[in-house]
Design a protein around this ligand. Structure first.
Ligand code: SF4
Length: 439
């Protein structure tokens, strides 16, 4: 029997984007190398790490309430808060009762050093670099489940869209090195991973700082044996070049026909006010190019409802543009006012009530798009990566097709983490299709 009374345990809590989740995992791995293991259900942690988000006011609020809840639950643990909320409002975070260490985004992967200092002197610390000084790239590859990994290839952003605080929270764009990222993918393959999602803040900016090339990264990853599927989490339309799309369509082994592209508004005037780097003509061009080269590709699109400057006239333009695009679904976000952003200087503020009306209209449009897109594949056979069994009902498995349709089938759990053909039959609900493996 081992005596583990001296072993330290940590519990991890993440809010926000996939990048945050992959970084929390990197923090966990770093602490594990120091012998600090992850607290399992019911165990009392010695260290609590909260990786926050600050994409909206609501995200800040969620961060504050999570920190307070965790402090009340484990009053004796060392409480470390990091992430975008900590980076943007370090003093506000430090003022929350019981917070011991506040780390900015550049310091989050130096947590081990800060914990050592804490062990030595028990002094609270706030360590946050100015965003202009955030220069280092910290790699991270998170195992979402056994099938899918999130590989961080890039961090930060140089775009400064007027409504966004991310460049201030994450600093300037910087990238991993191809050789390191390929090594991460090889490790994921060795651990049984079948799918890798490439993440970053502005992924298409990969290599602008190192002189390496994004398409070259994709080609090198494509050659990693054992990884059957790759997806790019999200890419700015102006950076999704014809060369990349053509290579995915014709040259790639494992990059899937699925894309996620932020539009944000279908009004050129609102795009101008947002300081976005494209207009609707470029966006239309990209969507049409994908559709002509990969007619079955899933195209998911982000759109913001009720941004400053979205007058009734601009909203009408935006909505009818969104209606006209042959995309698969919209991810709809209500505009959220962020202190310190240039957008605050834009005239015409949309009321909350009107914002909700616009969100509801876009959400309804998205449901129609998703159903229309899905329906096209009824009766067809597609490869599915089986990702997990149903939590409540035995004998049901869930997975995704190559073109990112979520499916459910009566199937044996032995299909888990394998790819096999399934015939798509009908709807379980808007998000999920029923399928049969008996073909
Ligand atoms: S591209 Fe624009 S919206 Fe996206 S992170 Fe950069 S500044 Fe923010």
């Amino acid at each position: 029997m081992t005596d583990d009374t001296n072993i330290l345990r940590a519990s991890y809590h993440t809010l926000g984007c996939k990048l945050n989740f992959s970084e929390t995992s990197a923090i966990g791995m770093q602490l594990a190398r120091r012998g600090i293991i992850k607290a399992q259900g019911g165990e009392i942690p010695d260290i609590v790490v909260v990786n926050t988000c600050s994409v909206t006011e609501v995200a800040d609020k969620k961060g504050r309430s999570l920190i307070r809840r965790l402090r009340n639950r484990w009053p004796d643990a060392t409480l470390v808060v990091t992430g975008c909320y900590a980076q943007l409002k370090p003093q506000e975070v430090a003022a929350i009762e019981g917070v011991d260490i506040v780390l900015g985004n550049d310091e989050k992967l130096r947590i081990s050093d800060f914990l050592r200092q804490w062990e030595a002197d028990r002094r609270s610390r706030v360590a946050v670099h100015d965003y202009l000084d955030i220069r280092e790239f910290h790699g991270a590859c998170e195992r979402g489940d056994r099938t899918r990994y999130w590989l961080k290839v890039q961090d930060g952003c140089d775009y400064f869209c007027t409504y966004c605080t991310i460049p201030f929270a994450r600093g300037r764009s910087r990238s991993g090195r191809i050789a390191d990222l390929v090594a991460e993918a090889e490790n994921a393959a060795e651990a049984g991973g079948k799918e890798i999602v490439l993440t970053g803040v502005n992924v298409g900016c990969f290599g602008k700082d190192t002189g390496e090339d994004f398409l070259e990264l994709l080609k090198r990853l494509d050659a990693v044996e054992g990884i059957e599927r790759y997806r790019i989490s999200s890419i700015e339309p102006n950076l999704l070049t014809e060369e990349i799309v053509r290579w995915i369509a014709d040259g790639s082994r494992a990059f899937m026909p699925s894309f996620h592209i932020p539009l944000q508004s279908g009004s050129d005037e609102v795009l101008r006010l947002m300081n976005r780097r494209y207009r609707t003509d470029l966006f239309t061009d990209r969507v049409q190019m994908i559709r002509s080269l990969m007619p079955d590709a899933f195209i998911g699109v982000d759109i913001i409802a009720g941004a400053r400057g979205e007058t009734e006239g601009e909203w009408e333009k935006s909505f009818s543009y969104a209606e006209s695009l042959p995309v698969s679904r919209y991810h709809v976000f209500p505009y959220s006012e962020r202190p310190g952003t240039k957008a605050l200087g834009i005239d015409h503020n949309v009321s909350q009530e009107e914002k909700h009306r616009r969100v509801a209209m876009l959400t309804k449009l998205s449901d129609v798009k998703l159903r229309d897109f899905s329906r096209r594949f009824f009766g067809t056979v597609r490869p599915v990566l089986w990702e997990h069994p149903d939590a409540d009902e035995e004998g049901l498995m869930y997975g995704h097709t190559d073109n990112y349709l979520r499916v459910r089938a009566s199937a044996s759990a032995s299909l888990y983490n394998t790819i096999s053909s399934a015939r798509l039959e009908g709807f379980v609900d808007t998000e999920t299709l029923s399928a049969t493996t008996d073909i």
